[in-house]
Design a protein around this ligand. Structure first.
Ligand SMILES: Nc1ncnc2c1ncn2[C@@H]1O[C@H](COP(=O)(O)OP(=O)(O)OP(=O)(O)O)[C@@H](O)[C@H]1O
Ligand SMILES: [Mg+2]
Length: 257
């Protein structure tokens, strides 16, 4: 189960990939230390989701390598938990079964997996929906189920692709808190893709900025702000300074007017 899985470092070295003749990744390098929380921001279409697919082992790069704990990892599929940009819930399984699947695959006893899934669903405001099927949920509810499944995925390496994209502002702030608390407790190595700069600064130890396609990391902004962080801290220079720097770096990529 997640407490026992290793939170390894994740490194991309010179990742290069073309899809359908279009260069999407061009010599991309990054490193996330064990238990570190890194956010990735960048213009739409620059290759962020593609990068996560490569890191997760769903797509092999044309050149370059992914290293876990400094070792090249050709067969990493299943070692990292990817929460894709679309929720990718299994329509034929109930909410409870969607959320339990990672723990069961990781070898957790069924009773324990069920109890953990129920607890997590309750934290995400989904008590009473355990036996519903995904089609009977709203977009935001499906996204909460997908996030619950990721957290119980049985690994401590999380790749989150805009996990709060389909949520209203209040639910978003609420689940951001749940993610921050869960990360602080379990310390998974985490890479979060987001378009929300406030979210990147509120959650991450470091924010990477990706340039226009083909993707490369063109900036890295550390966030030294102490935790726990909240929306009440927006006026704090420890929040506003890195945020301004991210914005300036994005502008320099030509991604923003
Ligand atoms: N299977 C594919 N075949 C051809 N091109 C693809 C394929 N998948 C993605 N692309 C292209 O790769 C580029 C990067 O796509 P990707 O989904 O990684 O971007 P992204 O940074 O995640 O964008 P967004 O912020 O909008 O989610 C896009 O230009 C897209 O058209
Ligand atoms: Mg994407």
């Amino acid at each position: 189960m997640s407490e026992h899985a290793a939170a390894s470092s994740i490194e991309a070295r010179g990742l290069t990939l073309a899809l359908g003749g279009t260069p999407v990744l061009a010599g991309l390098d990054l490193r996330i230390g064990p238990g570190e929380f890194v956010a990735l921001v960048g213009p739409s279409g620059c290759g962020k989701s593609t990068l996560l697919s490569v890191l997760a082992g769903l797509i092999e790069p044309d050149a370059g390598a992914v290293l876990l704990d400094d070792l090249p990892s050709g067969d990493r599929l299943g070692r990292l938990t990817l929460m894709p940009q679309t929720d990718a819930l299994m329509p034929w399984r109930t909410v409870l079964d969607n959320v339990r699947v990672g723990s069961l695959l990781a070898g957790t006893a069924a009773d324990e997996a069920t109890a953990a899934a129920r607890r997590t669903l309750a934290r995400f405001g989904l008590s009473g929906f355990e036996d519903h099927y995904p089609h009977a949920l709203s977009g935001g509810m499906r996204q909460r189920v997908a996030l619950a499944r990721t957290m119980l995925g049985g690994t401590r390496m999380w790749l989150l692709d805009e996990p709060f994209g389909a949520l209203d502002a209040l639910t978003r702030a609420d689940l951001r808190g749940v993610l921050a608390d869960t990360w602080a407790r379990d310390r998974p190595t985490t890479l979060l893709v987001t378009h929300d700069l406030d979210e990147a600064v509120l959650l991450a130890d470091r924010v990477l900025v990706c340039g226009a396609r083909p993707a490369r990391v063109v900036g890295e902004i550390p966030v030294a702000m102490r935790r726990p962080r909240s929306l009440d801290d927006l006026a704090d220079p420890a929040f506003s300074e890195p945020r301004a720097e991210i914005l300036a770096t994005l502008r320099a990529t030509g991604a923003l007017a």
